[in-house]
Design a protein around this ligand. Structure first.
Ligand code: MIC
Ligand code: SF4
Length: 647
């Protein structure tokens, strides 16, 4: 039977289950990545599993998120990750070397391989023909140890690209266009495969921009065929040996197909506060812009920054606009320094940030009160920039430059300047000296542990009955940034008790203390949510920290894929309202009672919830694989004995 590219790669890696959409499957993972704010906890979890030698071909730990060193916390974590990697057969990418996804694409992507990353934008490497999936740190720790990664066998959406992008339309506009068609909800359980003649007109970094932001659709992964474009990219990186030709069979059937004519894609913008809130730039042009930030894993490739520099050459950002440029990797930074493009950026008035996440996660460049900030990143959730009142608009680098030059939201086609024809230099600056190989004498490496490093808390097995109050009732599209905010607080990523003090702090400042009181009184806490609960990042702290506060079940209208897995991994019941109308009848403070739970989790697909306060009952559904049932009964993955965890 003619197979899609997705199914070809999955079949090559299948170790459990049948390749049939909707079925639980387990796949072998070739490569893993973590970054510092997921990696420290993942490494401690790996240790708690006995730290077997890595079974992957390659496992890389990056430092790119917590870069500010305003106290010892971040520097200590960096040193922990460096020494831990050296001692445990893993590769370490030093702070300053770049954003994990950009560096991984450049230095490690390999067509036809699988990559599991403790970061939701891991699918970026799908731009080089990999099946690359974002997951919680614990799942990544398991994969390093050689366990299969368990997922639901996906349905495949074929996005057929025709035509060629017009001047000033970019890859970002393509994925924003797709977000406008599919939205950020309702795409759980799908993978996207880009096909058609238009795909061949896009460079590997452009493809990677598109697969990167597939995370915002909520799909499990996105992939392009591995063709001559991929080959040229890998050869340019001095890694042609990582290339092999790979595409769908002729006549492969997709579960759904969408066609996008690249020639009709125009500059797009995602308006506050969702990447799915998309308009054309011309629809809202004229809005006053205060800040422009160019970078993040979505749009910080060499191609992007050469385009930005060429547009800015001989021009200046408006005096009232703050312009920030953050290169995606040290390779990009060194190459723009060598070609002179960096000088064009500086001359135009750009502040050059480190090759890191920085502004994207609110760890730098928080805009002023009420600012309009135009950014090339992938998420514009309220408050993520570090400024709650800011209005963040997501665009392509070309549109971002147009805004910096005019001080208004501007379609770059209306600038009246020619679209630059950008060509990369024949030779890149390839320098892997900030990528450290594991130690040849691991036993001699002493792992450094700072005082802020607190291992994962012990979790008890699932009791037969859970009773207690609804600690919080929230609406639709609650993101992990709402649940467990990042920005300044990520210095506590390695310290669960401390970080837990801030769970939902931007939604309800009393949430953590209220939960702790209930927990200490021996009762359970529950969270009630709407559609797409837990969308956004892969951060397992959005499950681990609520669990530490005694949250034992989330009851929502729907729960996003990675967050659902993280809840299970830390022993929180992920319950979905059987009738979504019931969500309206449960309020904060209502006392709930869930009985006969062990049998329900072991054997049934439903759990009855009694609302003691209102004298009512409602049904919830449990959507679990057999393995997830075992995990929940045990109280989380780490409680399962090694052999069980594999089963
Ligand atoms: C993000 O973009 O939200 C992050 C910060 O990279 C997260 C990772 C995290 O919070 O640990 C992600 O995308 O998974
Ligand atoms: Fe870093 Fe932003 Fe990419 Fe997350 S989305 S990995 S914070 S650059």
């Amino acid at each position: 039977m003619a197979r899609t590219l997705v199914y070809k790669i999955l079949e090559d890696h299948l170790v459990e289950g049948d390749l049939a959409a909707g079925e639980p499957i387990g796949i072998r993972i070739d490569q893993t990545l973590t970054q510092d704010i997921t990696g420290t906890m993942a490494m401690m979890e790996y240790e708690a599993m006995g730290a077997p030698p890595p079974a992957t071909d390659l496992s890389v730990n990056y430092v790119d998120h917590n870069m500010m060193q305003l106290g010892v916390e971040n520097a200590d974590d960096h040193e922990f990750l460096r020494t831990f990697s050296a001692a445990h057969g893993m590769v370490f990418s030093k702070p300053g070397n770049g954003i994990c996804h950009q560096v991984h694409l450049e230095r490690f992507s390999a067509a036809g391989k699988t990559l599991l990353g403790a970061d939701s934008h891991t699918p970026m490497c799908g731009g080089a023909g990999m099946i690359a999936i974002g997951a919680g740190g614990l799942d990544v720790a398991c994969a390093i140890g050689g366990m299969p990664f368990h997922l639901t066998c996906p349905k495949v959406l074929g996005v057929r690209l025709a035509g060629r992008l017009r001047p000033f339309a970019g890859a970002k506009d393509v994925i924003l266009k797709l977000l406008s068609l599919l939205s950020t909800k309702g795409n759980v359980g799908w993978m996207v495969e880009y096909t058609g003649p238009g795909a061949g007109t896009l460079s590997a970094p452009q493809r990677a921009t598109i697969t990167n932001m597939g995370a915002e659709l909520g799909v499990t992964s996105s992939v392009f065929a591995s063709d001559q474009v991929t080959r040229r990219f890998l050869a340019w990186q001095g890694r042609e040996d990582a290339w092999r030709p790979l595409k769908a069979d002729r006549g492969a059937a997709y579960d759904r197909t969408i066609e996008i004519d690249l020639a009709r894609v125009e500059p797009m913008v995602a308006c506050p506060h969702s990447p799915g809130n998309v308009r054309t730039v011309r629809q809202i042009a004229g809005l006053t812009v205060n800040q422009v930030c160019i970078g993040s894993c979505t749009n910080s490739s060499l191609r992007d920054l050469l385009t930005v520099a060429a547009m800015l050459r001989g021009r200046r950002a408006r005096p009232e606009v703050g312009l920030v440029v953050a290169p995606g990797s040290r390779q990009v930074l060194r190459t723009i320094a060598r070609t002179g493009a960096l000088e064009d950026l500086i001359a135009a008035g750009a502040r050059i940030d480190e090759a890191a996440c920085g502004f994207c996660i609110g760890a730098a460049q928080a805009p002023r009160t009420g600012a309009v900030s135009v950014r090339t990143s992938n998420r514009n959730f309220e408050g993520r920039s570090g400024t709650k009142s800011a209005q963040v608009y997501l665009t392509s680098p070309e549109t971002a430059v147009a805004c910096a030059l005019t001080g208004r939201l501007t379609d770059p086609r209306d600038l009246g300047i020619p679209c630059p024809e950008v060509r990369g230099p024949r030779r890149l600056v390839i320098d892997d000296s900030m990528i450290l190989a594991p130690s040849a004498a691991p036993a001699e490496v002493e792992v450094f542990r700072g005082p802020n490093l607190v291992g994962p808390p012990p979790l008890e097995a699932l009791p037969d009955r859970l009773a207690g109050p609804v600690a919080l009732a929230v609406g639709d599209k609650i993101t992990t940034d709402h649940i467990m905010p990042a920005g300044k607080l990520t210095i506590y990523r390695s310290n669960v008790p401390k970080y837990a003090e801030y769970v939902f702090c931007r939604v309800d400042g009393r949430f953590a203390s209220r939960c702790a009181e209930t927990r200490d009184a021996g009762k359970a806490n529950f969270i009630v949510g709407g559609e797409s609960y837990g969308q956004g990042s892969s951060r397992e702290h959005a499950a681990l920290c609520p669990r530490f506060l005694g949250v034992r079940a989330v009851i929502a209208k729907s729960i996003e894929r990675i967050h659902h897995a993280n809840l299970v991994n830390f022993g929180i019941l992920p319950l979905v309202f059987a009738d979504t109308a019931d969500a309206e009848s449960v309020g904060q403070g209502d006392e709930l009672d869930l009985a006969d739970l062990r049998t329900a989790v072991a054997e049934r697909d439903t759990v009855t919830v009694r609302n003691v306060t209102r004298g009512a009952e409602f049904e919830t559904r449990l959507n679990l694989s057999p393995r997830q049932r075992k995990i929940l009964l045990a109280g989380g993955v780490l409680n399962l004995a090694g052999a069980d965890a594999k089963g």
